[in-house]
Design a binder for this molecule. Structure first.
Ligand code: UD1
Length: 366
């Protein structure tokens, strides 16, 4: 019996772990999966809602670390997670994605000589000003099994000197979640609630420190949204960090005047899926949304200088446009003119990644 401790902490982790847990629970004769939630994200709208939407079992343990600086958060997860591993024997620790909780848990497990499997290994933006890049590099350096979503990710690891035996190209597990929930999302009432018609609005998310922590950059993006909004309304579910900055910089009054910007609380998985899958264009600085829009053939503008997911640009519908308002406007208007670029679905984004992930963990034990 393999005792597996699956670690999640922040919103983008939940859609990656859901199908993996499901698959382990299909093999309960061989697997004993536990779920540890670090508590990095704790708001109902950033955490609990996803467990409900994605039918993930309640976490067995919640470390309740809360918010803090990067070092505080990482340190708190490490201290608490070490206690968990001392108390609960584990054969493997499974970490997903690139948030602070991912790296913290990987460090603790590696130091205790418990094997680490990293789901979504090998992605690189080569931009160390992004905290997630540091988390990716450290986690991959420590992991015993590196489960990659795309061939470019495997190549990155080989170039860094990782032994090929540790790398398994398994495909994109988030697409498993997307496939499983597309039908269910169709019963979401979000479009009615916001009085939207399919294809006649844009969807937007924004929370990267590089975009929202600097008042000039954020003001520039709001300018661009104003101009784009004159053509099509933009639905903007606001992340807690962004909400805080908008308040701090005194932008709330201005937002109230931008009537083409439809501001909402962060949406759950099913509502957001129903929203963006019906949108004309997505503007985002998220990682996962670049992939989800590619999978569904929805045009996407990524408001960042680079991406760790180049396959979404090479094969998919994504364009990396940075945060210059003129470029954002130009690209958005161009996207409105273009008929959709047919996206080529990247290899192994086929809805069966979780099976390959759990197979790989089993095989690594033989
Ligand atoms: C984290 C991840 C990022 C991911 C994002 C998705 C890291 C380094 N970053 O960024 O990769 O794209 O999650 O959301 O791990 N807050 C709340 N309620 C919550 C959570 C956060 O109010 O439930 C507020 C707090 O003020 C907190 C701030 O948001 O200080 C930032 O939270 P944090 O988890 O540090 O980073 P995110 O920006 O959410």
């Amino acid at each position: 019996m393999l005792r597996i401790i699956n670690v999640v902490g922040a919103r983008p982790n939940f859609m990656k772990i859901a199908p993996v847990i499901d698959e382990m629970r299909r093999r309960l004769d061989r697997f004993e999966p536990l779920i540890v939630h670090t508590g990095q994200h704790y708001d109902e709208s950033m955490s609990d809602r996803f467990f409900e939407d994605l039918k993930i079992p309640r976490p067995d343990i919640n470390l309740e670390v809360g918010s803090g600086s990067h070092s505080e958060l990482t340190a708190r997860v490490m201290i608490e997670f070490e206690q968990v591993l001392l108390k609960h024997r584990a054969d493997w620790v499974v970490v997903v994605g690139d948030v602070n909780s991912t790296m913290a848990a990987a460090i603790v497990a590696a130091k205790m000589r418990i094997r680490v499997a990293h789901v979504e290994a090998g992605l690189r933006s080569r931009d160390r000003s992004m905290p997630e890049e540091i988390n990716r590099v450290v986690t991959d350096a420590l992991a015993d099994l590196l489960l990659t979503p795309s061939r470019d990710a495997s190549e990155n690891l080989l170039r860094e000197g990782v032994t090929p035996e540790k790398i398994r190209f398994v495909g994109n597990v988030m697409i498993d979640t997307l496939h499983r929930n597309l039908e269910r999302a169709r019963s979401s009432r979000v479009l009615d609630r916001l009085s939207l018609k399919p294809g006649e609005f844009c969807a937007m998310t924004l929370h990267r420190p590089s975009n929202v922590d600097d008042s000039e950059t954020l003001a520039g993006i709001l300018d661009a949204l104003q101009a784009i909004g004159d053509r099509l309304p933009i639905v903007f579910p606001v992340h807690p960090r962004t909400r805080e900055r908008l308040r701090e910089f005194g932008f709330n009054q201005r937002l109230r005047k931008q009537t083409s910007l439809i501001i909402t609380e962060p949406l759950g998985y099913l509502d957001f899926l129903q929203l963006y899958s019906n949108s004309r264009l997505v503007l985002t600085d998220s990682g996962g949304i670049q992939e989800e829009t590619t999978a569904l053939g929805i045009p996407c503008l990524t408001l960042r200088e680079n991406t760790e997911r180049p396959i979404t640009v090479v094969q998919g519908t994504n364009r990396v446009v940075g945060s210059d308002p003129e470029v954002i406007k130009r690209e958005a208007f161009a996207a409105f003119e273009r008929s959709d670029r047919p996206a080529r679905l990247p290899e192994l984004w086929d809805g069966h990644a979780a099976i390959r992930i759990v197979d790989a963990i089993e095989e690594a034990n033989q």
